[in-house]
Design a protein around this ligand. Structure first.
Ligand code: IMP
Ligand code: MG
Length: 176
């Protein structure tokens, strides 16, 4: 059940587009002469991954992965279940994990460890949003779109009970 709420715009579409353009240029520069393999973390990162990939000017390949945290009781253990693994091996590839938002950092810390064991040439993390105040597990983030306050946000792939992923902007859920 969703509580009564409304959405307030936090980051406008034009601002997000401009920032993703910058990230695309930065990644293209950092990996000049190479190619990158983007790993999109389903489902929230789909919108960001597509927009970012369009703005990278070096060769890009992509794969998809889905994780789900266990219930609240076991979440503190940092156990993250793999709901869908990659289709292809990442051996020798320049991998960038693409996330929608980093909150506690548990999901990414776990994923990074998992993928590091598969011998990529390099492994970096790119997130659209970061809530640094919420960090529980230390994880190095290489590319960040926006650092935001500790508020529950939706849009641009992020959901509230599976809704609002399709909003073209980032909005805050305000409970009435
Ligand atoms: P964590 O960094 O392991 O705590 O988990 C990050 C995940 O929590 C993200 O991939 C989102 O699915 C979810 N999440 C965290 N904060 C928000 C938010 O403000 N809105 C929507 N989903 C969120
Ligand atoms: Mg997510």
């Amino acid at each position: 059940m969703m509580e009564k709420h409304h959405i307030e715009v936090m980051i406008h579409e034009e601002v997000i587009d401009a920032r993703i353009q910058e990230l695309g240029e930065e990644i293209s520069r950092d990996y000049a002469g190479k190619s990158v393999h983007l790993i999109c973390i389903l489902k929230g990162s789909v919108y960001f991954t597509c927009e970012l990939a369009k703005r990278i000017t070096i060769p890009v390949t992509m794969d998809f992965m889905q994780c789900s945290s266990y219930g609240a009781a076991t979440k503190s253990s940092g156990v993250v279940k793999l709901a869908k693994d990659l289709d292809e091996a990442i051996t020798g590839l320049n991998v960038i994990i693409i996330e929608d938002i980093i909150d506690s950092g548990r999901t990414l810390a776990h994923l990074k460890n998992l993928l590091a064991q598969r011998n990529p040439e390099s492994l970096k993390i790119c997130t659209l949003l970061d809530k640094p105040d919420r960090r529980v597990t230390d994880v190095k983030v290489d590319y960040t779109g926006f650092s935001i306050e500790d508020k529950f946000v939706v849009g641009y792939g992020l959901d509230y009970a599976q809704q609002y992923r399709n909003l073209p902007y980032i909005g805050v859920v305000v409970f009435d």
